[in-house]
Write a new protein. Structure first.
Length: 398
């Protein structure tokens, strides 16, 4: 049955680990699986299993932990793995540290050759909306910061259906080895790697006991509700990927012969109805166009400006086609031309001068008449020359 494999994992090494914060973010050079004992699981990881993980792990998904029993994983998706490869190195099993010499520089113990699977993890854009376990920052930000500050505190745990078998050819100290069933490497999830168990990556110790959880479930949802809930839990447990199903294709319908015949008859009836509406519309347009032509002829005759035979023939051809709009436009244009023919031409109006320029004789005669009229109307002007008085003196005008 499907088994969550919390496999042996060495601490993330800062010299190998690269954190790329380019949106949406990546962590490169992550150790996914290492040869050696898988603590708490009763089997060993050999090179065959590591190579199978590299072969099957291209493009698999990663989540925020495996999740508790019955919990949905839809909201814990973080991203995908790529560029999986193997790497040989030496390790001190006592200190759980990498070593470059045959003996550990800290404890002096003999180092051991090991093989690990490395991979690059790319976060998805939707993962930045995930803030699990009360974190005040998105999960990708938290994991990238932890990888930079304390890479030993992170680990990866693969999820796959496993089959356990004894190592062949070694009867003195037989080892139990794990093999992936078929090609079903399902996920490689991010989990905690506590210092007390730096290589175990086991989620079992921290999970809630199953039976108390079931008791509380029955108390809150009742027997029927708890039964339905646990059926969903078991379906996810045995199928795992059923938590994130692909969209099911729509069902293919196979109608009966009677249904097909009824649909065909209905379609034929609808087509006949549409054709009838089209005929009525065309007949109405033809009638309106013919009436418009008759109106044009009457108006042109009343204006004594008949329309030409070619124009009438053109209008009748459009009327036969049922193109009433074109008939109306052209008929209005013809009628406007007929009305224009009835307008009288403009006549030239003689320009009459306002007055004639007087001659010199006329001017003198006018001045004489004006002078005579003034003498008859105005009193005579007083004389300005002195006149003698009776005594012989002089009298001056005052």
């Amino acid at each position: 049955m499907p088994t969550q494999l919390s496999a042996l994992h060495l601490p993330l090494v800062s010299s190998r680990l690269i954190v790329d914060r380019t949106t949406p973010g990546r962590i490169l050079g992550v150790s996914i699986l290492t040869t050696g004992p898988a603590k708490g699981h009763g089997f060993d990881v050999d090179e065959n299993l590591v190579e199978r993980v590299v072969h099957l792990g291209q493009g698999i998904r990663g989540r925020w932990t495996h999740g508790a029993p019955g919990a949905s994983a839809l909201g814990r998706h973080l991203g995908e793995w790529s560029n999986l490869r193997t790497q040989r190195f030496s390790v001190c099993r006592s200190c759980q540290l990498e070593a470059e010499t045959p003996h550990c520089g800290q404890c002096g113990a003999k180092t051991e050759a090991a093989l690990r699977a490395l991979g690059d993890f790319a976060f998805s854009a939707s993962a930045w909306k995930l803030k699990p376990d009360g974190l005040d920052v998105p999960a990708p930000e938290y994991l990238m910061t932890r990888a930079e500050e304390d890479p030993r505190s992170l680990g990866i745990s693969i999820v796959a259906p496993l089959r356990l078998e004894a190592e062949p050819g070694n009867s003195d100290t037989p080892r139990t080895l794990a093999r992936i069933v078929g090609d079903e490497l399902l996920r490689a999830d991010w989990v905690a790697d506590p210092a007390a168990n730096p290589t175990g990556l086991s989620q079992d110790a921290g999970e809630e006991p199953f039976l108390p959880h079931l008791d509380r479930l029955v108390a809150t949802r009742g027997e029927e509700g708890a039964r339905l809930h646990m059926l969903g839990v078991l379906a996810r447990y045995f199928g795992d990927e059923a938590e994130e199903p692909a969209a099911a294709p729509p069902p293919v319908l196979s109608p009966s012969a009677e249904d097909v015949a009824a649909l065909r008859n209905e379609l034929a009836s609808l087509r006949a109805e549409v054709e009838g509406v089209r005929r009525e519309t065309r007949s109405l347009s033809v009638g309106l166009a013919a009436e418009r032509i008759r109106f044009l002829k009457r108006q042109a005759a009343a204006l004594d400006a008949p329309v030409t035979a070619d124009e009438i023939a053109s209008l009748e051809a459009l009327a036969d086609q049922g193109n009433y709009a074109a008939v109306r436009t052209r008929a209005e244009a013809c009628l406007a031309r007929c009305e224009a023919k009835q307008q009288a031409p403009h006549e030239a109006v003689a320009v009459v001068p306002l007055r004639v320029q007087p001659t010199a004789e006329d001017s003198l005669a006018v001045q004489a008449r004006v002078f005579d009229a003034s003498r008859r109307v105005l009193p005579p002007l007083p004389s300005l020359s002195p006149t003698p008085t009776a005594q012989g003196g002089r009298h001056e005008s005052s």
